[in-house]
Design a protein around this ligand. Structure first.
Ligand code: FES
Length: 153
């Protein structure tokens, strides 16, 4: 993921590029996150001003969608499925083990910046759960060792 240092000029350019779209808020936020790896705090007032919205409204959208990060993600991102089919085959126990081994909670990043962990609600691997994903690598019938080994690779 290309990550640049946020500048107000770059943020304003991204906003200007997308503000003509119908429902521009999500495309703007996705483009900003793609550029900076997160939604920098200074983006919120810039978006609010451009879209004639309140800052609280923009902040509300950023915090509602867990795909948007206000802090940079770790170098590797683990996603563990918490949806029903995976729950039926042990995803909660898997999650507890992985979270405990990393010493972080959902949406957390390890202190060394190595790993961020996110819940997801279906990865399309329902028949071979519990399912996990490390960056772009899908893991079916996941166990904690395999997930952590992939994240450390
Ligand atoms: S429910 Fe977990 S992959 Fe579909």
């Amino acid at each position: 993921m290309p990550v640049a240092s946020p500048t107000l000029d770059t943020i304003r350019a991204i906003v200007a590029e997308h503000r003509h779209l119908e429902g521009p808020m999500l495309p703007i936020l996705h483009a900003i996150q793609e550029a900076f790896g997160r939604i920098p705090a200074e983006a919120v007032p810039a978006i609010a001003e451009a879209l004639n919205l309140g800052k609280a409204e923009v902040h509300g959208v950023v915090s509602f969608y867990h795909d948007f990060r206000e802090a940079p993600a770790g170098r590797r991102v683990i996603k563990l499925c918490r949806a029903e089919a995976c729950q039926a085959v042990g995803s909660e126990a898997l999650s507890e083990r992985v979270l405990a081994r990393l010493g972080i909670d959902w949406h957390g990043t390890t202190a060394d910046g190595a790993v961020t962990i996110e819940p997801v609600y279906c990865l399309g691997l329902c028949a071979c759960g519990p399912a996990a994903m490390v960056d772009d690598t899908l893991i079916g019938r996941a166990d904690a060792e395999r997930v952590l080994a992939e994240a450390a690779a």
